[in-house]
Ligand binder design. Structure first.
Ligand SMILES: *Cc1c(COP(=O)(O)O)cnc(C)c1O
Length: 395
């Protein structure tokens, strides 16, 4: 009998379903904002990275419309082939000033920064020393680089130092320490101040991926500003798609770094630039963060209140230090069930996070705060989370 070359597609999906590990995509019929319509239902969304609520901010929407009218819908090519927009240059200058660095570059996505740039910064003769909970896109970038990867215990600077000593013995050409700024599944903050000290001792390059710190830490400027480490972190990768509410990846740092990235990062060289509407919206978003500090303030007020309340109900929120507040359940089936009941019975959209995003036994619902939530929204959400948690014997 001839084999079926694609039988594995259905088999693999059946296995995922049977293990409660299937991702279900729901469809939004309105914008990504706390009160939205999802799969035909009015729900409260507690699961977006749009921390400041900027995805639907009127000034940012208007900037996208104006630029689209003036420049059209698409970019036409990769920047190095057929040019970038003057809008992009304006964004990059604005963003560098905001980040308090020499220069910045707008890349396709945060993922593309990691998969395109990391393999150019390090290669076979080098060693990457990487936090054990780093984002999957960092892991992929390091794999593509061919550099040796040494893992250090999560946020453990003592262990980092031990691993750096080991790395040094091997006589690598370069050593690069890579860490998330804010860890996306746990909401804890990398000890970047201590990491920077250790890095200096070993002459190691520091690459921080601050996708979840931007918009939230350091008045929105991210983890480097939070620890006042401007000029001491060699590569700052980020995303315009999270706290800033729009779309795109960023690299911020020295002018040398940015020129290197534009000439070498394969994703920058080989993937089309952003539509002008996106670029203009990104710039408007940074201007809003600077001129309307109330959004950052509100998301922190909500975070402090909500976290205290769920903890007093008995939920395990791990080491959360930011608006990412995991409700760690353990069993993946139970996490899925909590999310399902909250959605179906309580109109609350909170996403279960299971393997491979987190280890199987640390399955959770990841709650994320948003500046646009109101006190009434939070009261409603907390009431439902308590009720369903008790019903399912989680708390
Ligand atoms: C979300 C995320 C990315 C990917 O960013 P995109 O712009 O969505 O591609 C990369 N790294 C980390 C740490 C992230 O949280």
């Amino acid at each position: 009998m001839k084999r079926d070359p694609v039988a594995f597609l259905k088999e693999d999906m059946t296995e995922l379903r049977n293990n409660n590990l299937e991702w279900i995509i729901r469809y939004l019929e309105q914008g990504s904002k706390p009160h939205s319509v999802v799969d035909g239902k009015e729900v409260l969304m507690l699961n977006t990275n749009n921390y400041l609520g900027l995805a639907t901010h009127p000034k940012i929407i208007q900037a996208a419309i104006d630029a689209t009218k003036k420049y059209g819908a698409g970019a036409g090519a990769v920047p190095v082939i057929a040019g970038s927009f003057d809008l992009t240059k304006q964004f990059e200058e604005k963003f560098a000033e905001f980040k308090e660095v020499e220069a910045s570059i707008l890349c396709q996505t945060g993922f593309a920064v990691n998969s395109g740039l990391i393999p150019m910064l390090v290669g076979k003769p080098d060693i990457v020393v990487s936090d054990e909970l780093n984002h999957g896109s960092i892991i992929d970038g390091v794999r593509l680089s061919g550099a040796k990867r040494i893992i250090y215990k999560h946020c453990d600077v003592g262990d980092l130092e031990r691993q750096l000593k080991e790395a040094e013995k091997e006589g690598p050409r370069r050593i690069c320490i890579i860490t998330d700024g804010v860890f996306s599944m746990d909401g804890d903050i990398a000890p970047l101040d201590k990491i920077a000290k250790v890095a200096e001792d070993f002459g190691a390059m520091i690459f921080v991926d601050d996708c979840h710190g931007e918009g939230v830490l350091g008045s929105g400027r991210g983890i480097v500003a939070h620890f006042k480490l401007q000029g001491k972190v060699h590569v700052e990768g980020g995303s315009m798609s999270k706290g800033f509410g729009v779309f795109g990846g960023t690299v911020a740092g020295s002018r040398d770094l940015i020129e290197f990235c534009a000439n070498k990062s394969r994703t920058y060289l080989l993937s089309t630039a952003h539509p002008p509407g996106v670029v203009a919206a990104n710039k408007a978003s940074i201007e809003v963060v600077e001129s309307e500090p109330e959004h950052v303030k509100r998301v922190w007020e909500h975070t402090n209140y909500f976290k205290k309340e769920v903890q007093s109900m008995g939920y395990n929120t791990g080491n959360s230090q930011t608006p990412i507040i995991p409700l760690i359940i353990g069993n993946p089936g139970k996490a899925q069930e909590l999310a399902r009941v909250l959605f179906v019975e309580e109109n609350i959209y909170g996403t279960p996070i299971v393997f491979p995003m987190v280890a199987k036994e640390l399955s959770r619902i990841r709650v994320q705060m948003n500046a646009l939530l109101t006190k009434e929204d939070l009261t409603m959400a907390l009431g439902a989370i308590e009720k369903v948690g008790k019903k399912l014997q989680i708390i």
